[in-house]
Design a protein. Structure first.
Ligand SMILES: O=P(O)(O)OC[C@H]1O[C@H](OP(=O)(O)OP(=O)(O)O)[C@H](O)[C@@H]1O
Ligand SMILES: O=c1cc[nH]c(=O)[nH]1
Ligand SMILES: [Mg+2]
Length: 209
């Protein structure tokens, strides 16, 4: 079973409060989502393997560490996942970025794929699928299916807010995938929105409705 990591760092929780508020406008929402993504990147990369190296300081030889081998691929789910990419890149500027286009049919709540472009050698990379909202889990499962079908073997899922049903759906469809979230909320309403959630993440990020 993939592990669920709820990132309860005070800075993440503080910023999430303002992201949730309906009083927060597009500019501030966008800024806060990037900041939380940056802080989550710090936590999600905690287990990256290090390798030994040496550098000469102005004073002598220092035995140090660098991140080894595999490079990361960030794969935001369009549209809302885009809102988290720059924050993560601020921490991991060498990461490659793929894109998966999915929208959730408002009637059936089923995900519809319309785009997929991944970096080369995806099978050799640690892949982080990014979407602020994990509601029914249909989109996340489809996004993880899409990266695995194209060769990915090491996949993590990073979201801001999850519903319990979405977490369970990802864990049963993809038991090898760890899930990183800032909060797990109460549930879903009749339209498949997370309650209390933060509303429609894509609309709030891009000012559409
Ligand atoms: O867990 P699920 O029930 O599948 O719902 C979550 C999906 O819904 C939202 O995308 P949306 O369909 O609104 O597309 P958008 O980002 O283009 O607005 C969100 O960004 C997720 O991708
Ligand atoms: O609460 C939700 C559910 C799906 N998509 C969103 O943007 N918000
Ligand atoms: Mg949307």
């Amino acid at each position: 079973m993939g592990r669920l990591h709820v990132l309860d760092h005070p800075l993440i929780q503080h910023k999430l409060t303002y992201i949730r508020s309906k009083e927060t406008g597009t500019k501030e929402f966008r800024q806060l989502v990037q900041e939380v993504a940056m802080l989550m990147a710090y936590e999600i990369t905690r287990d990256l393997p290090l390798t030994d190296t040496t550098v000469e300081t102005p004073v002598g030889l220092a035995h140090c560490k660098v991140i080894e081998g595999k490079t990361l691929a960030l794969v935001p789910v369009l549209r809302a996942g885009l809102g988290m990419v720059d924050g993560i890149l601020a921490m991991i500027p060498n990461a490659k970025v793929g894109h998966i286009g999915l929208y959730r049919d408002p009637e059936t709540l089923q995900p519809v794929e319309y785009y997929c472009k991944l970096p080369p050698n995806v099978e050799e990379r640690d892949v982080i699928v990014i979407d602020p909202m994990l509601a029914t889990g249909g989109s996340a499962v489809a996004a993880i299916d899409a990266v695995k079908e194209r060769g990915a073997t090491a996949v993590k899922l990073m979201c801001l807010v999850a519903a319990p049903a979405g977490v369970q759906r990802v864990q049963s469809a993809h038991p090898d995938v760890d899930i990183y979230v800032a909060a797990v909320d109460d549930g879903l309403n009749d339209h498949g929105y997370i309650v209390p959630g933060l509303g429609d993440a894509g609309d709030r990020l891009f000012g559409t409705r």
